[in-house]
Design a binder for this molecule. Sequence first.
Ligand code: ADP
Ligand code: MG
Length: 487
Amino acid sequence: MINTLITTATGDWEVIIGLEVHTQVKSKTKLFSGAATSFAAEPNTKVSLVDAAMPGMLPVLNEVCLEQAVKTGLALNAQINLYSVFDRKNYFYADLPQGYQISQFYHPIVGEGYLDIDLADETTKRVRIERIHLEQDAGKSIHDVHPDKSLIDLNRCGTALMEIVTKPDMRSADEAMDFVKKLRLILRYLGSSDANMDEGSLRADVNVSVHRPGTPFGTRAEIKNVNSIRFIGQAIDYEVNRQITLLESGGAIDQETRLFDASTVTTRSMRSKEDAPDYRYFPDPDLLPVMLTQDYVNEIKGGLPELPGQKRARFMKDYGLSLYDATVLVSDMETPLYYEAVVTHLAKKDGAKMASNWVSGELFALLKEHNLSIVDSPIGPQQLAGLLNLIGEGQISGRTAKDVLEDMWQSGKEASVIVSEKGLVQMSDAGELEGIIDKVLGDNPQMVEQYRSGKDKLFGFFVGQVMKVTGGKANPQMTNDILKKKL
Ligand code: ADP
Ligand code: MG
């Protein structure tokens, strides 16, 4: 167990965190209308009469959104409710022409589930999911375009969101950040959301409180709409500090909604519990309850893709990778595909571990340097495997291979072509190497003397001499072995 308690002069504090994550459902059209969902379209070009709430318009549920929510629930080990209902959440705001948001309050589509997160000591921790419900997003008010008017863009209005609510199970900013990272990855593997925080398709309300261990939970503050993983961590750190300082100076925490300001890395009060609106939820009379069959749910379950956790476990088992290496490889959608394509082209299957090192080491470094993603890598998986096979066969050393990789990146040539053109094949002829080593030892009798009388460090000197004579091409392993034998 990792200790997450915060110790100050007055004793220990425990931090309690629960998240409400809003994520845009991946679907061509909106939750209740046929208007297209799209990021960065011309304002007010993706708005149907339903989205604009023209009189007499009726919502029609988009089945794709329903399926996406069920998929997400199943991937989070959650109860799928065969009966769910859409409710109206009533409030007035300019970006919400209906005057209410259609959401699911009393009977959400997904009930309790969980997601296991990784702790720094390689153990896992279970974060319970309370519920997932479907709801409409609102439009966007734009206040910074006109000096004395606010503009409205209704493109986002009516887009489907999933709200994923956790139990208050997280105990540190790290845990909350890991939860969101893991959740985001699962959503992407499922294809149920792009979960792109920059585009606002994933954002979190962060609930934070502190208390003395062994006493009831403290009063929480809810930080609204935090839209990056780093900001989630910063908002929690700031909030924990603020609350502890306030409590230690004899103050009390007000249950309130707060906003995170990224420019000052602080949170500030938006409204207190007393001002919280009463939404007067009631079942939307325009929509029938949603009734699913268990067969429908089972069919979706059968079609779930391999999820990141499962893929990671398989990589560890099949390829002998460490937890860390496997975690790095599965942390996006494309890298595991690339990696497995490399592995299938390896001459020796025991090279899978080496392939992992090369993908997440040398290749990632080149990609980062050139600001490319792995799908745009000029070196394809088969080419990389070709290079690794040359190492596996003892034709080139790992050191030489790094230079060859750079060359492949620049020239687009196959590894074997570069190696033969540049004469990089390493010297692996035992007889030839012995001759060279005999000469090196013969030329340096004093060094040999010193080495034999205990100056072990001189071993490196001899290796260096052999490499110098052979232009770096001596097989390092054989050089070591022969040198040891002769010395
Ligand atoms: P509401 O419906 O008023 O927003 P909920 O009880 O549904 O309140 O909780 C909303 C979120 O707040 C959940 O993610 C939950 O885990 C979290 N939460 C509840 N109590 C606490 C607490 N004392 N400290 C931190 N988070 C909390
Ligand atoms: Mg809430």
